[in-house]
Ligand binder design. Structure first.
Ligand code: URA
Length: 231
């Protein structure tokens, strides 16, 4: 059982305040009856709730696609701005699934689904993460071959990575692990330097071009299903 206003807010119908107003406007029904109060308790797994005429399907977990801007850290707390500062109330227990460097932009899944995050981040699962990379110096055929075969740098070994779309001083790199500063250090090992990094994809989940840096949206059912599929 849970409060109706909380159910609506946690399932993407607006903030707590917005959904209270929707309820007052008669936009919400519970089992066919127009709801009157946000503090009404509902059985989220069995009651049929509609918002503006559409049934709201209960999700145990929340999944958000966030376009991380540069300048915030991928943590729930810490000094300075965190990615969670961009996520409005009232979603609880959310955390970023994985980390991007403070100056890295792009796709970050924000969820409260611990088991799924654990799966996606497990090195054994080899979840693909694709990045757009801009770098300072020319990239030779030998550099490309090293990226593709995997390198050891400063005592750390990096798995073979995919490289594509090489054009001037930009390319795409796809990793199957997420070591600290991985792409920056791979390029540093080649005597090069990453000047801009943006994550474009994690597994099936592609950064939505309609999301400006700092914006987020709910994942759709197909995206959630794809993330849960076994590799
Ligand atoms: N590789 C990096 O160096 N930084 C990131 O944020 C992600 C991958």
């Amino acid at each position: 059982m849970m409060r109706l206003d909380r159910f609506l807010a946690e399932n993407g119908c607006g903030t707590r305040n917005e959904v209270k107003k929707s309820i007052r406007r008669g936009e919400v029904s519970v089992n066919g009856e127009t709801a009157k109060k946000g503090d009404q308790h509902i059985d989220e797994e069995h009651d049929v709730i509609t918002f503006l005429g559409e049934e709201i399907v209960y999700h145990k977990y929340v999944y958000l696609m966030f376009h991380k801007p540069a300048g915030c850290i991928s943590a729930t707390s810490g000094s300075g701005e965190t990615v969670m500062d961009y996520i409005a109330e009232p979603y609880r227990d959310l955390f970023p699934c994985g980390r991007l460097d403070k100056d890295t932009e792009g796709l970050l899944l924000i969820t409260n689904d611990g088991p799924l995050a654990h799966e996606l981040l497990s090195p054994k699962k080899k979840t693909e993460k694709e990045y757009f990379v801009r770098f300072a110096n020319d990239l030779g055929e030998d550099d490309i071959a090293k990226i593709q075969s995997g390198i050891v740098y400063q005592g750390v070994s990096y798995r073979p990575a995919k490289i594509s779309e090489v054009e001037g001083h930009t390319c795409h790199i796809t990793l199957t692990e997420g070591k600290f500063h991985e792409i920056k250090l791979i390029f540093e090992a080649l005597g090069n330097e990453v000047t801009y990094l943006r994550r474009l994809r994690m597994k099936n989940l592609e950064l939505d071009e309609d999301l400006a840096p700092g914006e987020y949206r709910y994942l759709n059912e197909e995206e959630i299903r794809g993330l849960k599929e076994q590799n």
